[in-house]
Design a protein around this ligand. Sequence first.
Ligand code: GUN
Length: 302
Amino acid sequence: MTAKLIKGTEIREQILEEITAEVAEIKAKYGKVPGLVTILVGSNPASISYVTLKIQTAHRVGFKEVQDNQPPDISEAALLALIDKYNKDDSINGILVQLPLPKHIDEKKVLNAIDPDKDVDGFHPVNVGRLMIGGSEVKYPPCTPAGIQELIVRAGVETKGAEVVVVGRSNIVGKPIANMMVQKGPGANATVTIVHTGTRDLASHCKRADILIVAAGVPDLVKPEWIKPGACVIDVGVNRVGEKISEKTGKKVAILKGDVDFDRAKEIAGYITPVPGGVGPMTITMLMKNTLKSLKFGLGIA
Ligand code: GUN
């Protein structure tokens, strides 16, 4: 193994400790804590487990947490009215509607109804625009890309002038992380290429990358020979490739694989994120950071 492992699980602990300390400080000074509402429609098992983790993390860092569970047949109008209620609630700084939503509800309409100043997911078009403009315009960078940037910076990887290649052009990861890395400023200022299913020669682009960010959702897509020796490889893929019995709990758990052939890539890369335990733990962490930021904007101290 030559690569340094970038452990999201460890970096998450550092950041959550920083957030906890800041929340306590603000509470002592202003008598306020960040308020986060998570709206869950229906009972999709994956959504329940994500939301449960969000609630637990919010409690851990000292937030006010409101869990609002709604039945799967809630009407679109009723959901929009609920969002309006939280938009007007001064004790709520962040509103998160867990996705996906049932088919009878227009997801876009719902996300667009969230006050952009409480949109801690960073999915509202106003926040997408703010991210594109960059600098002090940015309020809430979307959580997974923000986590990726944090991992790169905290690992001590130089981004200024670096060749960054992003594999995948999703609205949630590929496009926003490319946008963030191209901005002028710390943790960015890179030369960015996005490659995707329409790219003619994926390998040749990846081979140039000083920082390779892979968010394609295809297990083992990136081969070790595509990696520049010493490069920083960020694997966003979480692909379920089977099931096994957990040694810890004795229960059936998913076998997860990233988009990069980790076992061979780690012999060539300079830095690499594992799956699981790399990018994954960062998403909820950055949600907490955005919610704290929202309270700070409200208090005029951000
Ligand atoms: N569903 C899966 N990931 C996410 C996320 O980051 N935010 C929301 N709102 N829903 C999700």
